[in-house]
Ligand binder design. Structure first.
Ligand SMILES: [Zn+2]
Length: 201
């Protein structure tokens, strides 16, 4: 059904069934027949099925989940077991593969911790390079990400060197909010202050 494919916006895939209201769940049909990665044979026996749920772009205010089946196969030709892999999927979609590997590299840059001054310099070069690449991208989302990362670049660089966070303050803040929520707000600030000191001190 063509109207469904427009909703899905994933070339090659088609929707088998849709259910639910919010989130809407689309059951996807895997368009590519699986092949054995060891011998290339297409003669396979399905041994196991795993349902995977992936968030998709929302339709208006309703959220959308994609549900598809990933199988474990036994190859009749060589007798080996294998699962449908991400690599197989990416090989069919070279454009997505490039974005995916870029994302993996970027995550490495963002999650580096306890680095020396010298290491930080090379990370900084990687980060600036990534931002420049994102700015030139044809996708609006990538350009938005470049803007966000540019405005946060000093904070990101600080996190490579130091591992301090404001987690403790945030923890107290959450406790304060919980107390307020539990009693539906305090009219008297002094009572609130006493209650907090009992709870947090
Ligand atoms: Zn095989």
């Amino acid at each position: 059904m063509p109207s469904f494919d427009v909703k899905l916006n994933l070339p090659g895939f088609s929707i088998e069934k849709s259910s639910g209201f919010n989130p809407i769940i689309y059951d996807l049909k895997n368009p590519h027949a699986a092949r054995c990665p060891h011998c290339g044979s297409g003669s396979l026996r399905t041994k196991d099925r795993i349902l995977r749920l992936v968030w998709h772009e929302s339709t208006g205010l309703r959220r959308v989940l994609l549900r598809f089946c990933v199988c474990k196969y036994l190859c009749r030709a060589c007798g080996r077991y294998f699962r449908q892999r991400l690599a197989d999927y990416l090989a069919q979609w070279p454009a997505i593969e490039r974005i995916y590997s870029f994302k993996e590299e970027l995550m490495k840059v963002l999650s580096a911790k306890n680095q020396s001054k010298k290491q930080c310099r090379s990370w900084a070069r990687c980060l600036l390079d990534a931002i420049a690449q994102l700015q030139q991208s044809g996708f609006e989302e990538c350009r938005k990400l470049a803007k966000t990362m540019e405005s946060w670049q000093e904070e990101i660089a600080r996190m490579w060197r130091f591992s301090r966070s404001n987690g403790i303050t945030e923890g107290y803040h959450r406790k304060m909010k919980l107390i307020q929520h539990r009693v539906f707000g305090f009219r008297n600030f002094e009572n609130y202050r006493i209650r907090l000191r009992v709870f947090c001190a």
